[in-house]
Design a protein around this ligand. Structure first.
Ligand code: SIN
Length: 301
Protein backbone atom coordinates (compact mmCIF):
# COMPACT_ATOMS: atom_id res chain seq x y z
CA UNK A 1 0.00 0.00 0.00
CA UNK A 2 1.40 3.41 -0.93
CA UNK A 3 0.51 6.54 1.03
CA UNK A 4 -0.87 9.42 -1.06
CA UNK A 5 -1.64 11.73 1.86
CA UNK A 6 0.20 15.04 2.26
CA UNK A 7 0.20 17.96 4.68
CA UNK A 8 -0.50 21.47 3.49
CA UNK A 9 0.35 23.60 6.50
CA UNK A 10 -1.98 22.34 9.25
CA UNK A 11 -4.29 20.57 6.80
CA UNK A 12 -4.04 16.88 5.99
CA UNK A 13 -5.03 16.12 2.38
CA UNK A 14 -5.86 12.56 1.31
CA UNK A 15 -3.79 13.20 -1.83
CA UNK A 16 -2.02 16.24 -3.35
CA UNK A 17 -4.27 16.64 -6.41
CA UNK A 18 -6.30 19.88 -6.49
CA UNK A 19 -8.13 21.26 -9.54
CA UNK A 20 -6.83 24.78 -10.17
CA UNK A 21 -9.09 27.80 -9.91
CA UNK A 22 -10.90 28.71 -13.11
CA UNK A 23 -10.64 25.23 -14.62
CA UNK A 24 -13.19 23.40 -12.46
CA UNK A 25 -16.06 25.86 -11.95
CA UNK A 26 -17.32 25.81 -8.36
CA UNK A 27 -16.64 22.08 -8.23
CA UNK A 28 -20.20 20.79 -7.89
CA UNK A 29 -20.63 20.87 -11.69
CA UNK A 30 -18.09 18.01 -11.89
CA UNK A 31 -19.98 15.99 -9.26
CA UNK A 32 -22.36 15.11 -12.09
CA UNK A 33 -19.62 13.14 -13.86
CA UNK A 34 -17.59 11.64 -10.97
CA UNK A 35 -17.32 11.53 -7.19
CA UNK A 36 -15.35 14.70 -6.44
CA UNK A 37 -14.65 13.44 -2.91
CA UNK A 38 -11.64 11.61 -4.35
CA UNK A 39 -9.89 15.00 -4.78
CA UNK A 40 -7.31 16.29 -2.31
CA UNK A 41 -8.96 19.71 -2.40
CA UNK A 42 -10.66 22.11 -4.82
CA UNK A 43 -9.62 25.67 -5.64
CA UNK A 44 -12.90 27.22 -6.72
CA UNK A 45 -13.51 29.78 -9.50
CA UNK A 46 -11.80 33.09 -8.72
CA UNK A 47 -14.05 35.55 -6.94
CA UNK A 48 -14.00 39.33 -6.71
CA UNK A 49 -15.97 41.71 -4.47
CA UNK A 50 -18.41 42.67 -7.23
CA UNK A 51 -19.88 40.42 -9.94
CA UNK A 52 -17.91 40.56 -13.20
CA UNK A 53 -18.97 39.76 -16.75
CA UNK A 54 -15.36 39.24 -17.85
CA UNK A 55 -13.58 40.25 -21.05
CA UNK A 56 -15.19 40.42 -24.50
CA UNK A 57 -14.98 37.27 -26.65
CA UNK A 58 -13.10 35.60 -28.25
CA UNK A 59 -11.18 34.92 -25.08
CA UNK A 60 -9.73 31.46 -25.71
CA UNK A 61 -7.05 30.53 -28.25
CA UNK A 62 -5.74 27.03 -28.77
CA UNK A 63 -1.98 26.48 -29.00
CA UNK A 64 0.40 23.58 -29.44
CA UNK A 65 0.69 22.01 -25.97
CA UNK A 66 -1.62 24.47 -24.26
CA UNK A 67 -4.13 27.27 -24.57
CA UNK A 68 -4.45 31.00 -24.00
CA UNK A 69 -7.30 32.44 -21.94
CA UNK A 70 -8.42 35.98 -21.36
CA UNK A 71 -11.47 35.40 -19.17
CA UNK A 72 -11.08 38.58 -17.13
CA UNK A 73 -12.17 37.24 -13.74
CA UNK A 74 -15.78 36.51 -14.73
CA UNK A 75 -17.66 35.57 -11.56
CA UNK A 76 -20.91 36.24 -9.69
CA UNK A 77 -19.27 38.27 -6.87
CA UNK A 78 -18.37 37.20 -3.35
CA UNK A 79 -21.86 37.56 -1.82
CA UNK A 80 -23.41 35.18 -4.33
CA UNK A 81 -20.47 32.80 -4.08
CA UNK A 82 -21.06 32.62 -0.32
CA UNK A 83 -24.85 32.38 -0.45
CA UNK A 84 -25.28 30.13 -3.52
CA UNK A 85 -22.12 28.48 -4.84
CA UNK A 86 -20.37 27.35 -1.65
CA UNK A 87 -23.48 25.64 -0.20
CA UNK A 88 -23.98 23.74 -3.48
CA UNK A 89 -20.38 22.53 -3.32
CA UNK A 90 -20.56 21.64 0.38
CA UNK A 91 -23.71 19.59 -0.27
CA UNK A 92 -21.72 17.12 -2.40
CA UNK A 93 -18.12 17.50 -1.19
CA UNK A 94 -16.44 17.13 2.21
CA UNK A 95 -12.72 17.79 1.57
CA UNK A 96 -10.88 21.13 1.80
CA UNK A 97 -12.20 24.06 -0.22
CA UNK A 98 -9.78 26.76 -1.34
CA UNK A 99 -11.42 30.11 -2.06
CA UNK A 100 -9.53 31.97 -4.81
CA UNK A 101 -9.85 35.74 -4.35
CA UNK A 102 -9.11 38.31 -7.07
CA UNK A 103 -9.10 42.08 -6.73
CA UNK A 104 -8.18 45.47 -8.11
CA UNK A 105 -7.05 47.23 -4.93
CA UNK A 106 -5.65 46.30 -1.55
CA UNK A 107 -8.94 47.35 0.06
CA UNK A 108 -10.90 45.06 -2.25
CA UNK A 109 -8.69 42.07 -1.49
CA UNK A 110 -9.09 42.70 2.24
CA UNK A 111 -12.86 43.22 2.08
CA UNK A 112 -13.46 40.07 0.03
CA UNK A 113 -11.18 37.99 2.26
CA UNK A 114 -12.91 39.31 5.36
CA UNK A 115 -16.22 38.05 3.97
CA UNK A 116 -14.74 34.63 3.24
CA UNK A 117 -13.20 34.52 6.71
CA UNK A 118 -16.72 34.13 8.11
CA UNK A 119 -17.31 30.97 6.07
CA UNK A 120 -16.65 27.67 7.87
CA UNK A 121 -16.98 26.05 4.47
CA UNK A 122 -13.58 27.40 3.36
CA UNK A 123 -10.27 25.98 4.65
CA UNK A 124 -7.72 28.06 2.69
CA UNK A 125 -7.78 31.47 1.03
CA UNK A 126 -5.75 31.69 -2.17
CA UNK A 127 -5.14 35.34 -3.05
CA UNK A 128 -4.70 35.78 -6.78
CA UNK A 129 -2.47 38.83 -7.24
CA UNK A 130 -1.40 37.63 -10.69
CA UNK A 131 -4.32 37.57 -13.17
CA UNK A 132 -2.74 38.76 -16.44
CA UNK A 133 -6.09 39.58 -18.06
CA UNK A 134 -7.28 42.67 -16.18
CA UNK A 135 -5.98 46.23 -15.83
CA UNK A 136 -4.70 46.81 -12.31
CA UNK A 137 -1.58 47.57 -10.33
CA UNK A 138 1.00 44.84 -10.80
CA UNK A 139 0.81 43.48 -7.27
CA UNK A 140 2.65 40.31 -8.31
CA UNK A 141 5.63 42.16 -9.77
CA UNK A 142 6.61 44.23 -6.76
CA UNK A 143 7.85 42.79 -3.44
CA UNK A 144 6.50 45.88 -1.67
CA UNK A 145 3.01 45.68 -3.17
CA UNK A 146 2.66 41.94 -2.75
CA UNK A 147 3.70 42.35 0.89
CA UNK A 148 1.06 45.06 1.36
CA UNK A 149 -1.68 42.81 -0.04
CA UNK A 150 -0.51 39.92 2.14
CA UNK A 151 -0.50 42.03 5.30
CA UNK A 152 -3.91 43.54 4.52
CA UNK A 153 -5.45 40.10 4.02
CA UNK A 154 -3.76 38.56 7.05
CA UNK A 155 -5.19 41.35 9.21
CA UNK A 156 -8.76 40.26 8.41
CA UNK A 157 -8.57 36.48 8.50
CA UNK A 158 -7.31 33.65 10.66
CA UNK A 159 -7.55 31.18 7.77
CA UNK A 160 -4.34 30.10 6.03
CA UNK A 161 -3.50 32.51 3.19
CA UNK A 162 -1.67 31.35 0.05
CA UNK A 163 -0.55 34.04 -2.39
CA UNK A 164 -0.82 33.02 -6.07
CA UNK A 165 2.17 34.41 -7.95
CA UNK A 166 2.95 35.28 -11.55
CA UNK A 167 5.79 33.75 -13.57
CA UNK A 168 6.19 37.10 -15.38
CA UNK A 169 8.81 38.45 -12.98
CA UNK A 170 12.58 38.59 -13.05
CA UNK A 171 13.11 37.29 -9.53
CA UNK A 172 10.38 34.96 -8.25
CA UNK A 173 12.35 34.23 -5.08
CA UNK A 174 12.33 37.88 -4.04
CA UNK A 175 8.53 38.04 -4.51
CA UNK A 176 7.89 34.78 -2.64
CA UNK A 177 10.16 35.87 0.23
CA UNK A 178 8.25 39.16 0.47
CA UNK A 179 5.01 37.16 0.87
CA UNK A 180 6.52 34.95 3.56
CA UNK A 181 7.99 37.92 5.46
CA UNK A 182 4.58 39.63 5.32
CA UNK A 183 2.92 36.64 6.97
CA UNK A 184 1.70 34.44 4.09
CA UNK A 185 1.04 30.83 5.09
CA UNK A 186 1.91 29.46 1.67
CA UNK A 187 2.64 30.21 -1.97
CA UNK A 188 0.72 29.06 -5.07
CA UNK A 189 2.77 29.17 -8.22
CA UNK A 190 2.68 29.65 -11.12
CA UNK A 191 -0.19 31.52 -12.74
CA UNK A 192 -0.27 31.68 -16.58
CA UNK A 193 2.37 33.25 -18.83
CA UNK A 194 1.32 36.16 -21.00
CA UNK A 195 1.03 35.16 -24.66
CA UNK A 196 -0.86 35.81 -27.90
CA UNK A 197 -1.87 34.23 -31.21
CA UNK A 198 -2.61 35.75 -34.60
CA UNK A 199 -5.30 34.44 -36.98
CA UNK A 200 -3.73 34.00 -40.40
CA UNK A 201 -7.07 34.54 -42.18
CA UNK A 202 -7.94 37.85 -40.51
CA UNK A 203 -4.27 38.75 -39.82
CA UNK A 204 -5.44 39.99 -36.41
CA UNK A 205 -4.98 38.73 -32.84
CA UNK A 206 -7.24 35.74 -32.06
CA UNK A 207 -8.05 37.05 -28.58
CA UNK A 208 -10.24 40.16 -28.44
CA UNK A 209 -8.05 41.51 -25.63
CA UNK A 210 -5.00 40.76 -27.83
CA UNK A 211 -3.03 39.00 -25.07
CA UNK A 212 -3.95 36.31 -22.57
CA UNK A 213 -2.59 33.80 -20.09
CA UNK A 214 -0.87 30.76 -21.61
CA UNK A 215 -1.16 27.47 -19.73
CA UNK A 216 -0.93 23.75 -20.45
CA UNK A 217 1.82 21.11 -20.70
CA UNK A 218 4.27 23.53 -22.38
CA UNK A 219 4.66 25.57 -19.18
CA UNK A 220 5.50 22.65 -16.85
CA UNK A 221 9.30 23.20 -17.07
CA UNK A 222 8.88 26.90 -16.19
CA UNK A 223 6.66 26.05 -13.22
CA UNK A 224 9.06 23.36 -12.01
CA UNK A 225 12.00 25.74 -12.15
CA UNK A 226 10.11 28.37 -10.13
CA UNK A 227 8.82 25.90 -7.53
CA UNK A 228 12.38 24.56 -7.19
CA UNK A 229 13.84 28.03 -6.66
CA UNK A 230 11.14 29.17 -4.22
CA UNK A 231 11.37 25.93 -2.19
CA UNK A 232 15.04 26.72 -1.50
CA UNK A 233 14.18 30.19 -0.23
CA UNK A 234 11.02 29.88 1.90
CA UNK A 235 9.83 27.72 4.81
CA UNK A 236 6.12 27.91 3.98
CA UNK A 237 4.38 25.27 1.83
CA UNK A 238 4.04 25.60 -1.93
CA UNK A 239 1.13 24.55 -4.13
CA UNK A 240 2.76 23.77 -7.48
CA UNK A 241 0.73 24.78 -10.54
CA UNK A 242 1.53 24.85 -14.25
CA UNK A 243 1.19 22.30 -17.02
CA UNK A 244 0.51 19.30 -14.78
CA UNK A 245 -1.43 16.62 -16.66
CA UNK A 246 -0.19 13.25 -15.39
CA UNK A 247 0.76 11.38 -12.21
CA UNK A 248 4.39 11.66 -13.29
CA UNK A 249 4.05 15.46 -13.49
CA UNK A 250 2.61 15.52 -9.95
CA UNK A 251 5.61 13.58 -8.64
CA UNK A 252 8.03 15.85 -10.52
CA UNK A 253 6.36 18.93 -9.04
CA UNK A 254 6.61 17.46 -5.53
CA UNK A 255 10.27 16.56 -6.00
CA UNK A 256 10.83 20.22 -6.94
CA UNK A 257 9.25 21.24 -3.64
CA UNK A 258 5.44 21.36 -3.91
CA UNK A 259 3.44 20.04 -0.94
CA UNK A 260 0.31 19.86 -3.11
CA UNK A 261 -0.24 20.17 -6.85
CA UNK A 262 -2.94 21.97 -8.79
CA UNK A 263 -4.12 20.69 -12.15
CA UNK A 264 -5.39 23.44 -14.46
CA UNK A 265 -5.63 23.40 -18.25
CA UNK A 266 -5.73 19.59 -18.28
CA UNK A 267 -9.29 19.76 -16.85
CA UNK A 268 -10.41 21.76 -19.89
CA UNK A 269 -9.10 19.14 -22.30
CA UNK A 270 -10.11 16.08 -20.25
CA UNK A 271 -12.76 16.58 -17.54
CA UNK A 272 -11.58 13.35 -15.87
CA UNK A 273 -7.95 14.59 -15.69
CA UNK A 274 -7.77 14.84 -11.88
CA UNK A 275 -9.57 11.53 -11.41
CA UNK A 276 -7.22 9.80 -13.86
CA UNK A 277 -4.16 11.27 -12.15
CA UNK A 278 -5.32 10.18 -8.68
CA UNK A 279 -6.05 6.67 -9.94
CA UNK A 280 -2.69 6.43 -11.71
CA UNK A 281 -0.60 7.76 -8.80
CA UNK A 282 -0.25 4.47 -6.81
CA UNK A 283 1.03 2.57 -9.86
CA UNK A 284 3.46 5.33 -10.84
CA UNK A 285 4.68 5.62 -7.23
CA UNK A 286 5.41 1.88 -7.16
CA UNK A 287 7.26 2.14 -10.48
CA UNK A 288 9.59 4.75 -8.96
CA UNK A 289 9.90 3.08 -5.52
CA UNK A 290 7.95 5.77 -3.69
CA UNK A 291 6.04 4.58 -0.58
CA UNK A 292 4.79 7.92 0.63
CA UNK A 293 4.30 11.21 -1.21
CA UNK A 294 5.04 13.14 2.01
CA UNK A 295 8.60 11.84 1.84
CA UNK A 296 9.42 13.12 -1.63
CA UNK A 297 8.62 16.81 -1.18
CA UNK A 298 11.72 18.74 -2.20
CA UNK A 299 13.52 15.45 -2.87
CA UNK A 300 15.27 16.87 -5.96
CA UNK A 301 17.29 19.32 -3.85
C1 SIN B 1 -8.98 35.13 -15.77
O1 SIN B 1 -10.07 35.16 -15.18
O2 SIN B 1 -8.72 35.94 -16.67
C2 SIN B 1 -7.97 34.09 -15.42
C3 SIN B 1 -7.55 34.20 -14.00
C4 SIN B 1 -6.08 34.23 -13.84
O3 SIN B 1 -5.32 33.83 -14.72
O4 SIN B 1 -5.62 34.65 -12.77
Amino acid sequence: MVDLSVRLGDLELQNPVIPASGTFGFGYEFAEIYDINILGGISIKGTTREPRFGNPTPRIAECTSGLINSIGLQNPGIDKVISEELPKLRACYKNPIIANIGGFSIEEYAETCQKIDGEDQVEIIEVNVSCPNVEKENFAESPELVAEVTKAVKRVTTKPVFIKLSPSVTNIVEIAKACEDAGADGISLINTLLGMRIDLKTKKPVINNIKGGFSGPAILPVALRMVYEVYEAVDIPIMGIGGVSSAEDVIEMMLAGASAVQVGAANLVEPYACKNIIEELPEVMKRYNIDSLKNIIGGAH
